[in-house]
Design a protein around this ligand. Structure first.
Ligand code: PEP
Ligand code: MN
Length: 263
């Protein structure tokens, strides 16, 4: 079902007034994690005025260490809903388990399945039963074929609203957090009709690469980008080193507009 041979026309996922995979460039921006009401509302307003179409923010965080900040959980989700009410931006947030999905899917506009859960087949099957857009991130060391097969699990259940995300893969290189595989965007576009976006923040792990990599992503034909933005990156509870400030994000939006000729 993900294969372009049997479905030549591009899939366009609609979320309110926004589309992903059509002519519009989808811009998803916000902090790695929701940290407080003030933090998420301020960032939501800033990214909205810069031109973002979606607000991202983690409430349930998959952290490598059990001692790291795990996200504000349900309270974080409530704050995201308040930020949505304040700005009108649809919310993109990760869920990590079938239980969380069942409990919270109605509150979320785009449900993110993170890299670490790309092959959580129970989660994929449950997501396939919903009628909500699913943002499926490429696994840490997943091939393009494996990513497409994971998408297939969601599509096979009847949910056609799948968006794929290239977020960097593990290689021998350690300078960057991951290695951004922009050729994956081209390969996926050839193999599949599903929209593909790029996450330069988690790919590079370095804030100063985010702008150039975002431009590169749009130049190769990505349908959008998902970018971590924080008003005070050095004090962020998660991923501050890869987060850009709202002012820089606004400039980046300007450059993306020039490349993609969005309004
Ligand atoms: C995230 O988007 O905050 C995240 C944890 O991403 P990934 O699953 O790609 O590591
Ligand atoms: Mn993050």
């Amino acid at each position: 079902k993900a294969n372009r041979t049997f479905h030549p026309e591009n899939t366009v996922v609609t979320v309110g007034t926004q589309t992903i995979g059509g002519n519009q460039l989808a811009i998803i921006a916000g902090p790695c994690s929701v940290e407080s009401r003030e933090q998420i509302i301020t960032i939501a307003q800033e990214v909205k005025s810069a031109g973002a179409g979606f607000l991202r923010g983690g409430a349930f965080k998959p952290r490598s260490s059990p001692y790291s900040f795990q996200g504000m959980q349900q309270e974080g989700l409530e704050l995201l809903k308040q930020a949505r009410a304040a700005t009108g931006l649809p919310i993109v947030t990760e869920i990590m388990s079938v239980k969380q999905l069942e409990e919270h899917h109605e509150d979320i506009d785009v449900i993110q399945i993170g890299a670490r859960n790309m092959q959580n087949f129970d989660l994929l099957k449950t997501a396939g039963q919903l009628n909500k857009p699913i943002l499926l991130k490429r696994g840490l060391s997943a091939t393009i074929e494996e990513l497409l097969m994971s998408a297939e699990y969601i599509l096979a259940g009847g949910n056609e609203n799948v968006i794929l995300c290239e977020r960097g893969i593990r290689t021998f290189e350690t300078y960057t957090r991951n290695t951004l595989d922009l050729s994956a965007v081209l390969a996926i576009k050839k193999l599949s009709h599903l929209p593909v976006i790029v996450d330069p923040s988690h790919a590079a792990g370095l804030w100063w690469m985010v702008e150039a990599l975002s431009k590169a992503a749009v130049a190769v034909g990505a349908d959008g980008v998902i970018i971590e933005v924080h008003q005070d990156p050095s004090n962020a509870k998660c991923d501050g080193q890869q987060s850009i400030k709202p002012e820089r994000f606004a400039r980046l939006m300007q450059s993306l507009r020039e490349i993609a000729r969005i309004e």
